[in-house]
Design a protein around this ligand. Sequence first.
Ligand code: B12
Length: 214
Amino acid sequence: MTTLERISDYLQKGRSAKVKEAVEQALEENIPPRVIMDKGLLDGMRIVAEKFKIDEVFVPQVLVASRAINTGLQILRPFLLAEDQVSAGVVIVGTVKGDMHDIGKNIVHIMMESKGLKVIDLGVDVSAEQYFNAAVENNADIVCCSALLTATMEEMRHVVALFNEKNYRKKVKIMIGGAPVSQRFCDHIGADIYTDDAVEAAMTAYDICVKGVS
Ligand code: B12
C-alpha cells in the first residue's frame, strides 16, 4: 500500500494516531500537502460518505473518521499556508445554526488562509446574529456560511435577511457553500457568491479582497 492509500485506509477506520503518523510520513516523502489532502484524507472521507449513504457504516464510525480527518488537516495546515502572511482581507467562516458538520468549513478556512486572508472561525452551530456581530467587530470583507443539511441550509436565508435588515450589505459579501447548496439557491436567497469547492472559494475571496472584483 502507498502512503496515500494508508492515510485513506486509516481514516476510514477512524484511527487518528495512525492518520497523523501516515500524514507526517507523506510529508517526509515530499508528497505535496494538497495531494496528501485530496488523494489521502478526502479520498478516505469520500469512501466513508458512500458507505454511510448505503448504511454500510453508521454515525459513530463517521464521527471517528471525521476526528481523524480533522487531525490530518491540522498537521497539513502550516504547510498549506501562504508564505508571506500579509493580511489581504478578513473573512468570517462558520457552519450555520443547527449544523455540526465542520470538515468542509475547516478546508475552506485553510484554503482562505493559504491565500493570505485573515480568517475568523466561529466553529459550528453559528446563528445569524453571531455572523453579524463577528463581521462588524472584525470589519470583515466576506462572511462564509457552510451547511451540509437540507434543513439547515435554510438558515442562510436568515443570515442574508439580518445583514439586509442592518443595512450592512455594502460592507460585506456573503458567500455560501456546502454539499446541498447551489448557485440557484444562492440567487434565490440573495447571497452574493456560491462556489462548490474550497479552492475556488479561496480564489474568489482573494479576488474580492485584493482586486476588488465583485
Ligand atoms: C461526516 C458526516 C457527518 C459527521 C460530521 C462530523 C464533522 N465533524 O463534520 C456526523 C457523524 C457528526 C454527521 C452527523 C449527521 N449527519 Co452527516 N454526513 C457526513 C458526511 C458523511 C460527510 C460530510 C463531509 O464532511 N464531506 C467532506 C467535505 C470536505 O465536503 P463538504 O462539506 O461538502 O465541503 C466541500 C464543499 O461543499 C465546499 N464547502 C463546504 N462548506 C463551504 C462553505 C463555503 C462558503 C463555500 C464557498 C464552500 C464550502 O468545500 C468543501 C471542500 O471543497 C455526509 C455525506 C456527504 N456525502 O456529504 C453526511 C450527510 C451530510 N449527513 C447527513 C445527515 C442526515 C446527518 C445527521 C442528521 C445524521 C443523524 N441521523 O444524526 C447528523 C446531523 C448532525 C447535525 N446537526 O449537523 C446527510 C444529510 C442529508 C440531507 N440532505 O440533509 C448526509 C448527506 C448523509 C446522507 N447521504 O444521508 N454527519
